[in-house]
Design a protein around this ligand. Structure first.
Ligand code: TRP
Length: 456
């Protein structure tokens, strides 16, 4: 009976389109903004190694599970979980997993949009020639002036939310396909241009060493690395699940997942290779925090040939990359409202987008008027601002927890035959996948959780 389900929201027109859309979701601020700064904060090499291991052993198998669940359920994550639990004659309570995903996506988007706003404002700062010949100090003060100004952040956050709502209202498939086909390869090319600039700084090998020479890491760093593996691949909250629900039956889930994860990882590593040489060449702090790329890349654009143009195009593409990710963060919630409340996409997008915008105000203020309002939770974290708290709760807790339960559902709750039918792959690959999601993935997530609270 599951074979007859179809999605009321339509289908991707081809496998390539699905891969592009999912890659568009995966590649975003996580790769270019977040990966470098958390790598810097966590000391480099070992962090990168743990992150890569998490991508391979946890991320890729869970991505396959998520696409598989989505394609079988063909609805928003909430209704998909409900339908699949019923198909398997299991407890419909699994629906909460869908709800948690919707909540996580909503919370992530609320701050994601603010950071995307920074990228947009940098298009104009670069274009106006503000960075020509700039020093590290100059770049720092330009960044500090931006985030210190709540009104400016609010304006950009509002613009970004509006353009996200516009696309989601029209339906994910219209327009997105073309944007991704053209812009992603361009972003990739520009990253290479910046890496080439980084090679001219004389500090390239320092950057490489920082990224790839193992050092030390603590339990919290390991949790951050694992959380980031989920974040960067858009896993654990149903974004990839909902994209999977628009995928038609005949395509290979395994191949798609590997391609998406590979593309995503290459972009992140390139961003690291672009940024750290600039950090060391200018005596900057690798652990400078969320402003890292905004304090380093302007130096590159201010000194390379044609840097103004390269910079304008780069920040524009970064905004597009954030946009294609943001869309996938609210699609599960919008799809749910359309399915269950009988409203149209426009109405659903406006409501959810509006609420997200409102929660985003907390992040806007985290960098200025609420800078000193911090929260500590025993065993988990100390002195985090609103933004840091949201980031921690979503990326380090909700996504891995969501992923853990997705793995448990796919591997222990669903019948083996159901997953085998849906995966449609070679027996050897299927067995490897099943072994990973049954044992390795859940155990790894649990160990990392325990390590983070110093329980082991
Ligand atoms: N993966 C995106 C990035 O790296 C962010 C993102 C989009 C995301 N959809 C998601 C993160 C779903 C977690 C869950 O920028």
């Amino acid at each position: 009976m599951t074979e007859k389900r179809t999605s009321i929201h339509g289908q991707w027109t081809s496998r390539t389109v699905f891969i592009l859309a999912a890659t568009g979701s995966a590649v975003g601020l996580g790769n270019i903004w977040k990966f470098p700064y958390i790598t810097g904060e966590n000391g480099g090499g070992t962090f990168v190694l743990v992150y890569l291991l998490c991508i391979a052993l946890i991320g890729v198998p869970i991505m396959m599970a998520e696409i598989m669940l989505g394609r079988r359920g063909k609805q928003s994550p909430i209704n998909t979980m409900l339908a699949l639990a019923k198909d398997e004659h299991r407890n419909p309570g699994w629906v909460w997993l869908g709800w948690m995903g919707v909540a996580a996506g909503f919370l992530i988007l609320s701050y994601y949009s603010v950071i995307a706003g920074w990228a947009m404002s940098y298009v104009f700062r670069t274009g106006g020639g503000m960075f020509l010949g700039i020093t590290a100090d100059g770049a720092n003060s330009i960044f500090a002036a931006l985030v210190g100004d709540p009104e400016r952040l609010l304006a950009w956050h509002t613009i970004f939310m509006l353009i996200t709502m516009m696309v989601v209202a029209r339906g994910v498939k219209n327009g997105l396909e073309k944007a991704v086909t053209l812009l992603m390869p361009l972003l990739f090319a520009l990253l290479i241009v910046i890496v080439i600039y980084a090679m001219t700084t004389g500090y390239f090998m320092e950057g490489v060493r920082f990224l790839f020479t193992p050092g030390t890491i603590d339990g919290k760093g390991i949790l951050t690395a694992m959380g980031h593996a989920f974040f960067t691949l858009s896993l654990g909250m149903g974004a990839i699940m909902v994209y999977g629900s628009y995928l038609s039956e005949e395509y290979s889930i395994v191949q798609a997942s590997i391609l998406i994860a590979l593309a995503d990882t290459v972009v992140a590593l390139l961003a690291g290779l672009a940024i750290f040489p600039i950090v060391f060449a200018n005596g900057l702090e690798p652990g400078a925090g969320p402003g890292l790329i905004f304090q380093t890349l302007p130096i590159a654009f201010g000194h390379m040939q044609g840097g103004t143009l390269v910079g304008v195009v780069f920040f524009t593409l970064l905004m597009f990359a954030a946009w294609t990710s943001a869309i996938s963060l609210i699609e599960p919630a919008v799809a749910y409202l359309v399915e269950n409340k009988g409203v149209n996409r426009i109405y659903a997008s406006v409501w959810i987008g509006g609420l997200t915008w409102f929660v985003g105000l907390g992040t806007v203020f985290s960098f200025n008027i609420w800078k000193d309002k911090t929260l500590s939770i025993p065993y988990l974290f100390e002195n985090k601002t609103f933004f840091d708290t949201l980031d921690y709760l979503t990326a380090n807790i909700m996504l891995p927890l969501g992923g853990l339960f997705i793995a448990l559902f796919a591997a222990w709750v669903m019948r083996e035959q159901s997953t085998k039918d849906e995966m449609k792959t070679y027996p050897f690959i299927y067995k490897t996948w099943r072994f990973l999601v049954r044992f390795i993935t859940p155990v790894a997530v649990i160990i990392v959780f325990l390590k983070a609270v110093d329980a082991i």
